[in-house]
Ligand binder design. Structure first.
Ligand code: F6P
Length: 549
């Protein structure tokens, strides 16, 4: 990839962005009756409609030229070939291998990864089926009823999001997710679970994460109190890459489900980290989830850039962030079952793209990852959508709509979809002064009152959104949707020239927490701190005179 070519492509894009009408969307619809058809693409079950953005033909062409200049296809090829695309950790990023079919070929260097991937998958399936069929029982010889996954970040958010999306009361086991080291979270969990019926999964890639190891130790004590030493390990399993640490914790090798360092935490729900999903949703659902993700992997790998959903989604983001200067994005799933998707995407996108230096270490010359936030619709409409409609800076939105529900309340579903479509249309079309005035006159409002309220009641419009439409929500379609976002993130890494697979920014806080911990026990700062931190440590001690030890 030549830097000159990239800079020329960026310059061409920014020249289009500098035009006075660059952010206008409504004229694009007015000029093109086929805009929806021309600016939407289908892959597998996912329809991506990006017509409600200010991408003109010229902008799309410039974005695709940027993608060529940044050699995103080369990055994609190296990703699938198992090159060390995670340069700072000298690792591949091969989460696609985890959802591959036996006939697929994934290698890291000379090593064929498929035998190990399939072997772990077979062990997960055997364990799941044995548990469901009563061949693995509790210490008291009964069926397990509940699974508690203890993990944080990628070892929690992905599985918790999928469980929230797909679990029904017909599922074989109940699932629970404990992430925070907050003792309140553990106390609540403990209160609702029966240790004699609960299987505890300690999910941690590193098996060193402070929060997870603290909660795992609490859970082990809790099991011991009811089951004794011998029974406790019948109720535990570990999902990790760190076999030495799982064994030191006391978990026997046949209860450890491994994966490798080429699986990033936020990309790990397809690995052994997804065992809670297999156990609580059933093996077939987990297999369908993997199969759905593989559909998107194949599309991403093979489709030309101009037809490629992850590439297009990434280019739309570049247009919004770099072209138009929009620093955030909202994710609004109009499906309550996807309530945890925004949280999963927050980690996936912000931990991946929240970087200020390029792979080379040079400071980036352009803005990178936006702030991502979201809530299910329609709830979001009654909280933060005011800002999106009338705030000073546009916030692009991902609307996620599911055409067919899995309940019998057709009217509720129509209302839900009507609201989702209406929000996107309102952001796009706005409401101008003439329309507001006519409406108020028709309602008999006085001219003085109209003049007073008019500025408040105008909607500027031309606020962009993309819509992803799924025919239904199930394991297969959800797998496609999540993999779409994963590949979008990889493409943004290539476009911005940063490493989307490392996360050095989480380290400093971990180190400082380690240093502050003994100071809280001592009730006073022992090392130099900024004045605020030292003051707060001392102040907290006054509320806990018996000491924090
Ligand atoms: O602190 C951030 C992080 O490293 C995430 O990247 C990761 O998903 C999470 O912590 C949990 O890590 P682990 O699975 O090793 O416990």
């Amino acid at each position: 990839m030549s830097e000159d070519k990239s800079e020329t492509a960026w310059a061409a894009l920014m020249a289009l962005a500098a035009r006075p009408d660059a952010a206008a969307i409504r004229p694009l619809f007015a000029a093109d009756a086929d805009r929806f058809i021309r600016f939407s693409r289908q892959a597998g079950d996912v329809l991506l409609d990006f017509s409600k953005t200010a991408l003109s033909d010229a902008v799309l062409k410039a974005l695709l030229a940027l993608a060529e200049a940044r050699d995103v296809a080369g990055f994609r090829a190296r990703l699938f070939a198992g090159a060390a695309v995670n340069e700072t950790e000298d690792r591949a990023a091969l989460h696609m291998a985890l959802r591959a079919a036996p006939e697929d070929d994934f290698r890291a260097g000379a090593e064929n990864l498929m035998p190990e991937v399939l072997a772990v998958r077979a062990r997960m399936e055997a364990f799941t089926r044995a548990l469901h069929e009563g061949r693995i029982l509790t210490a008291k010889g009964e069926h397990f009823t509940d699974v508690l996954n203890i993990g944080i970040g990628g070892s929690d958010l992905g599985p918790a999001m999928v469980a929230r999306a797909l679990w029904t009361d017909k599922a074989p086991l109940r699932g629970h997710y404990l992430a925070n080291v907050d003792g309140h979270a553990w106390a609540e969990m403990q209160a609702k679970l029966d240790p004699t019926r609960t299987l505890v999964l300690v999910a941690s890639k590193t098996f060193t994460t402070q929060e997870t190891m603290a909660n795992a130790a609490l859970a082990r004590d809790w099991l011991r109190a009811s089951l004794g030493e011998a029974g406790t390990m019948q109720h535990m399993a570990a999902l990790s890459t760190n076999l030495a640490a799982t064994s030191a914790f006391g978990i026997s090798p046949e209860r450890v489900f491994g994966f490798r360092d080429w699986v990033g935490g936020r990309f790990s729900l397809w690995s052994a980290i997804g065992l809670s999903l297999a156990l609580t949703l059933g093996w077939d659902a987990f297999a369908r989830l993997l199969a759905g993700a593989r559909v998107m992997d194949q599309h991403f790998r093979n489709a030309p850039l101009a037809e490629n959903l992850p590439v297009l989604l990434a280019l739309v983001e570049v247009w919004h962030v770099n072209g138009l200067g929009y620093p955030s994005r909202a994710v609004l799933p109009y499906d309550e079952r996807l309530a945890r998707l925004p949280a999963h995407l927050q980690q996936l996108e912000m931990e991946s793209l929240g970087k200020r230096v390029a792979g080379s270490g040079a400071v980036l010359q352009r803005v990178s990852g936006p702030v991502v936030f979201g809530e299910p619709g329609t709830n979001a409409q009654h909280s933060f959508m005011q800002l999106l409609h009338q705030g000073t800076t546009p916030v692009p939105v991902d609307f996620i709509l599911v055409a067919r529900p899995d309940h019998a309340h057709a009217d509720s579903h129509r209302k839900l979809l009507a609201n989702g479509l209406a929000q996107a249309e309102a952001l796009l079309m706005g409401k101008d002064a003439a329309a507001v005035t006519a409406e108020m006159r028709a309602a008999g409002v006085t001219e003085a009152e109209i003049a007073r309220l008019l500025p408040h009641r105008v909607f500027p419009g031309d606020r962009p959104s993309v819509t992803m439409l799924l025919p239904r929500l199930d394991a297969f379609t959800l797998g496609q949707l999540v993999a779409l976002y994963e590949h979008k993130v990889a493409m943004l890494g290539a476009l911005w020239g940063l490493n989307p697979f490392d996360q050095w920014g989480v380290e400093l806080g971990k180190q400082l927490a380690g240093a502050i911990l003994p100071e809280l026990s001592a009730g006073a700062p022992q090392k130099p701190h900024d004045g605020s931190t030292a003051g707060l440590i001392g102040k907290i001690a006054t509320f806990w005179p018996e000491g924090h030890g």
